[in-house]
Design a protein around this ligand. Structure first.
Ligand SMILES: [Zn+2]
Length: 113
């Protein structure tokens, strides 16, 4: 079973190189995909706990920040991979999706070992 919790944060970034854009804000959406078996009550995880973990580990560090100062290339792709690495010890992740806008998304996942 795969379940997911969507969370948000606001941050700023720019792009250099081929997709050059000056610094601008986004309301980022992050979808945290978790894969596991249902417990006896029919749940895979506590969505509230997922949000609390995200807020404590990720949002606290990124919200209202200039991502240019934190990442060499602060793209949605790199954010998805970074968030995966921050959360992977807490949850059996299936995927991490990052959206800058509703129509564009980057999804990171790793092959199961
Ligand atoms: Zn952007």
């Amino acid at each position: 079973m795969i379940v997911s919790r969507e969370v948000t944060f606001k941050a700023y970034h720019s792009h250099h190189g081929m997709l050059f854009e000056p610094n601008h804000p986004h309301d980022f959406s992050v979808v945290i995909g978790i894969e596991g078996e249902c417990n006896e009550e029919g749940f895979v995880c506590d969505y509230r706990a997922v949000k609390r973990t995200f807020n404590r580990l990720i949002k606290k560090r990124l919200h209202e920040q200039n991502l240019d100062l934190l990442f060499e290339f602060p793209t949605s792709e790199n954010l998805a991979k970074w968030i995966w690495n921050e959360l992977k010890i807490f949850y059996p992740l299936s995927f991490i999706e990052v959206r800058e806008k509703a129509h564009s998304r980057a999804v990171y996942r790793e092959a199961k070992i």
